[in-house]
Design a protein around this ligand. Structure first.
Ligand SMILES: [Zn+2]
Length: 339
């Protein structure tokens, strides 16, 4: 990697590492060269450091915004989506932007501030108190602000579509779990995968239940990983951390990780943890996490609890709008009230 954060992956593919203001401090974006221009996959957050990285990468590569023919997003999370609007403003008409269809549907509830009460309620149901919930909400607002301006024009992409990125043909594959509509892109002829945040080295993708999530993201994630094991992948280009050269091996590790976490979640319930927060405190070292990271710990814990509930290994009882939801192992007292 150079000072401009660029790494040549193949003759026609460049990785650009764009800084993030978090413990997870880099998002990997990709430029694919074609006969008529470059395709940009994912963009980074709209921070000064993010924009500066793109400017130095572009000057090192001797390309201008006019050379970008298309922007493609794997999913709508801020670290991938945040600079899309900034990029589009570089040309008139705006650079065409393609986003998975399901991701576009979820963008509005995710980014609109008027949905804050729902998010507040979700935090209280997880077992947070009012003051802690407010701290976590302001962390969310800060991140949302780093995605402005939003893109003016968007086209959507359906699973199974064949799409040209640069000079290559990719098949768009629906890869749910980390987000409901994430798409990953498979170039079968070169056994190359652009895998977004679906499969990552060193860290495991955050699988979370959020206020607007479709049910059981962990179940859908594990199912998707099983199906993806069948694909022959020589090299996968992820949204964070290192390139992936052992596709099946890494998938096996991710599957094992979540089964171990599910066992820990069950143990937490059996030893008396009753709220998402109490279970999270047994799964994560919460004292070492920032408010930004707490949200992910809660959402991830809830995904494991929901999976256990789907498979009959946990039950939940709601206690009114602003009270924590109560979780129990099967067969325990009161569990029959609300399976
Ligand atoms: Zn990401």
């Amino acid at each position: 990697m150079t000072d401009a954060g660029i790494t040549q992956i193949a003759n026609d593919i460049i990785q650009v590492q764009v800084p993030l203001p978090y413990a997870l401090n880099i998002v990997n974006c990709y430029l694919l060269r074609g006969a008529t221009g470059w395709t940009l996959v994912d963009t980074g957050l709209n921070t000064e450091a993010g924009r500066a990285r793109w400017k130095s990468a572009m000057s090192a590569l001797e390309i201008t915004p006019g050379d970008i023919e298309m922007i493609v997003l794997t999913h709508m999370h801020p670290d991938h989506f945040g600079l899309a609007g900034w990029w589009q403003r570089h040309s008139e008409p705006p650079i065409p932007l393609i986003i998975p269809e399901r991701e576009q549907r979820q963008m509005r509830p995710f980014y609109e501030r008027r949905n804050t009460p729902l998010y507040h309620q979700w935090l209280l149901e997880c077992g947070m108190d009012e003051a802690a919930a407010e701290t976590l909400e302001s962390a969310l607002h800060n991140t949302r602000d780093l995605t402005q301006p939003h893109p003016r024009q968007q086209e959507t992409l359906e699973a199974g579509a064949v799409i040209r990125l640069g000079a290559r043909q990719f098949r768009a594959i629906h890869a749910p779990g980390h987000s409901d509509g994430q798409m990953i892109f498979y170039d079968e002829s070169d056994r190359l995968m652009i895998c977004g945040d679906h499969v990552l080295m060193r860290i495991t993708p955050n699988i979370g239940v959020w206020p607007h999530s479709e049910p059981d993201p962990l179940g859908r994630f594990l199912h998707s990983l099983q199906a993806l094991m069948a694909l022959d992948v020589r090299l996968a280009l992820p949204g964070h951390k290192w390139l992936i050269t052992d596709w099946r091996g890494r998938i096996e590790e991710l599957l094992a990780h979540h089964h171990a976490r599910l066992a820990l979640t069950q143990t937490a319930l059996e030893t008396g943890a009753r709220t998402v927060l109490a279970v999270a405190a047994q799964l994560f070292d919460m004292d070492r996490l920032t408010p930004h990271e707490w949200r992910f710990a809660l959402a991830e814990t809830l995904a494991h609890l929901e999976y256990l509930r789907e498979t009959g290994l946990a039950s939940r009882r709601t206690n009114g709008q602003k009270a924590p939801v109560e979780w129990r192992p099967p067969g325990s007292r009161d569990a029959a009230i609300a399976p």
